[in-house]
Design a protein around this ligand. Structure first.
Ligand SMILES: Cc1cc2nc3c(=O)[nH]c(=O)nc-3n(C[C@H](O)[C@H](O)[C@H](O)COP(=O)(O)O)c2cc1C
Length: 180
């Protein structure tokens, strides 16, 4: 049984959460965790469970323009933000739009600022919507992992992500009775 965790990350928070989710999934899956630039159609096709996440930008899914803004903010003199090695690659929005149709299992997550979702927005919602539009069934509600004002993950969020990975791994098995 294979799971693929595909993520976009500009500053590293979503990458860390993706890795923690992958650790949780390893209880029941052979797991690959890759930035969307490396999440090829072949890897997607070989996955029994697809887990997709990205940063919340402008209340939703990142765009070419919000990714550009994020890169510019990191390049400013005195900025403590560091761009991830894969930050300049293709974004999650394009990757999701190009995702083939498949009757597969999936889950969506994001990272976002700690606050009321009605004000912060949550990228996991549009990610989940696009996954469903491509034929995927969601094994869990979209989930957010939180950062503080300095754009660093709050204490305990990586542990919570690992537990969420275990939970969605177990939930997904109920959709795959032949393999349980
Ligand atoms: C251009 C830009 C727009 C953002 N907009 C939002 C937003 O609308 N709501 C929110 O909760 N966080 C917002 N954030 C914060 C990011 O979601 C948060 O820092 C996230 O953890 C970044 O993930 P990354 O480190 O994987 O890039 C924004 C960040 C950037 C750079």
């Amino acid at each position: 049984m294979r799971a693929l965790v595909a993520y976009e990350s500009m500053y590293g928070n979503t990458r860390v959460i993706a890795g923690a989710i992958a650790d949780g999934l390893r209880a029941g899956y052979e797991v690959r965790v890759v930035p969307v630039a490396e999440a090829t159609a072949e890897l997607v096709a070989g996955a029994d469970l697809l887990v997709v996440g990205g940063p919340t930008h402008m209340h939703g899914l990142s765009s070419a323009s919000s990714r550009h803004t994020a890169a510019k903010a990191a390049a400013k003199d005195g900025s403590e933000l560091r761009l991830d090695p894969d930050a300049e690659g293709p974004g999650l929005r394009d990757w999701l739009n190009d995702l083939g149709r498949r009757d597969g299992l999936a889950a969506a997550f994001d990272t976002r600022i700690n606050g009321v979702p009605a004000f912060t927005g949550r990228a996991s919602r549009p990610i989940a919507k696009l996954l469903k539009r491509h034929g995927y069934r969601l094994v869990a509600a979209p989930e957010s992992f939180l950062v503080g004002s300095q754009s660093t993950l709050l204490d305990g969020e990586a542990d919570r992500a690992r537990r969420w990975g275990m939970t969605i791994g177990a939930a997904s098995k109920t959709y795959l009775p032949a393999h349980a």
